[in-house]
Design a binder for this molecule. Structure first.
Ligand code: CTP
Ligand code: ZN
Length: 157
């Protein structure tokens, strides 16, 4: 069954497609979308997908995403596709890409790391160490961040 039959098309905004099943709520949370003052937000979970088996989809009307938001999405939904919709047409489609470096988005788990010393105000910088499982390394102290820690930091409750 085509997904359009479940949730209608949107006029303008962003469709985040091919999200790993079960991650849609985390994507909404990292975008700060609560539904309290935004436009139409559609959430589709566990739809069949030829590529992923099952996938989630998030549709956000009236909003396009910043580079930082797309980078964050890539860290919790590396298979996602970002579709920009204008006047009901898909005008841009791109796969998210895991950044090789992340500056200022994640924090180091090592309490003694220079990035955790308030007076130093050093921005955390991480380099991508492994994609699957996702693992990043602090450029200052060498501490690893695991996939679970990254997901928790970006979309934890
Ligand atoms: N979509 C939407 N509203 C529109 C246009 C598209 O909600 N006005 C949604 C579609 O339902 C789909 C996604 O945006 O979930 C991408 O649309 P499209 O490229 O037409 O679909 P596919 O070809 O199936 O995408 P892909 O090849 O990336 O799987
Ligand atoms: Zn560190």
């Amino acid at each position: 069954m085509k997904e359009e039959l479940v949730v209608r098309r949107i006029a303008d905004g962003t469709v985040i497609d091919h999200i790993p099943a079960g991650r849609a709520l985390r994507v909404l949370r990292l975008l700060g979308i609560t539904g309290e003052r935004d436009g139409i937000v559609a959430l589709v979970m566990n739809v069949p997908s030829s590529k992923l088996g099952r996938k989630d989809i998030v549709k956000v009307e009236g909003r396009e995403l910043s580079k930082e938001e797309v980078d964050k999405i890539s860290l919790i939904a590396p298979t996602a596709t970002i579709n920009i919709i204008r006047n009901y047409e898909v005008v841009e489609k791109r796969k998210v890409e895991l950044p090789s470096r992340v500056i200022g988005i994640l924090r180091c788990m090592n309490p003694n790391c220079v990035t955790n010393v308030p007076r130093e105000s050093v921005k955390p910088k991480f380099a991508l160490l492994s994609r699957d499982p996702l693992r990043m390394v602090c450029e200052y102290c060498g501490e690893y961040l695991t996939e679970e820690e990254i997901i928790e930091q970006l979309s934890g409750v």
